[in-house]
Design a protein. Structure first.
Length: 184
């Protein structure tokens, strides 16, 4: 009887340990909206790494202070509505990190004096005129790839994102299966 109990406890303990490790370092998220088109589209399911080691070009998920509205909940299943919380999460691309200078003018983005070549954006212009001499310590500047339809760091409601508000980096698209692969 004692041996039988130990045989049951061992796999349960291993499963709990694996679950804890996976939940601590890996997450998942579903894309809502079109701000990251064409890179990401509505209902893409992504695997994220809970990692604050952020670099230029990373696609991150971050919390904001923006309250979730009833319109934001349209189309979500009851479990998602319950889990979602009171403030919005955003998924955006990191354009500048602490210490960088950033200029957006005449539809172009300049990082540390060099024009960014952004083959991943929808369209060929970035709207909004911005001059940031230096991104402060612990902050990042993010934008959606769909520059004409993205609430991002160009808007004062989002502004510079605190690195502590980043939940993780999106690294892999697992759904739809036809687009399965690493994110760049």
């Amino acid at each position: 009887m004692k041996k039988e109990i130990i045989e049951w406890i061992k796999p349960i303990g291993i499963a709990l340990l694996l679950g804890f490790i996976i939940n601590s370092f890996i997450g998942g998220t579903k894309v809502h909206g079109s701000s990251m088109n064409p890179t990401l589209v509505q209902d893409d399911f992504l695997i994220t790494l809970n990692n604050k080691n952020i670099s230029h070009g990373d696609i991150i998920i971050a919390k904001t202070e923006l309250e979730i509205t009833p319109e934001d909940l349209i189309g979500l299943n009851p479990i998602s509505k319950w889990k979602i919380g009171k403030t919005k999460m955003v998924i955006k691309r990191v354009i500048a990190v602490e210490g960088d200078s950033l200029v957006i003018e005449n539809g172009k983005v300049f990082l540390n004096g060099q024009e960014l070549k952004e083959s991943y954006i929808k369209g060929n212009e970035t709207f909004g005129d911005i001059i940031i001499k230096e991104i402060p310590k612990g902050k990042i500047f993010v934008m959606g790839d769909n520059r004409g339809n993205s609430l991002d760091s160009r808007d004062g409601r989002i502004g510079l994102v605190d690195v502590d508000d980043v939940y993780g980096k999106a690294v892999l698209r697992i759904y739809p299966f036809s687009k399965f692969g690493a994110l760049k």
